[in-house]
Design a protein around this ligand. Sequence first.
Ligand SMILES: [Zn+2]
Length: 123
Amino acid sequence: MTIANQELREGLVKCSLCGALTEWDDSLEVPPLCVACWDNRAGADNEVAASQRAYYEAHKDEVAAYQRAYYEAHKDEVAAYQRAYREAHKDEVAAYKRRIAGDTEEGIFTALGLPFIPPGQRE
Ligand SMILES: [Zn+2]
């Protein structure tokens, strides 16, 4: 066996439907499917959906742990991305907030469909 073949084999997993060996991207959080099953999945949507639900049910703790771990490992990048996004869009965000609520407290009540009660008259 050549090194190339060994490397290929290591990337192979069993198809979750028919058991055939197939290449699969582990980052996809769905059960592995071989090419034939993947191509047929439109005709087997319910089975795949049921299989995915069952997979998710069986692995949700792992999936949640994976997502937490991912977030922990990338939170600086996520925070930086969110800051960059806010910086790049702050005018739109401010305009949007003004549009839905107005600049005044009265505008917020109006936007919510509530009668405006001046602060002194509230219980
Ligand atoms: Zn298959």
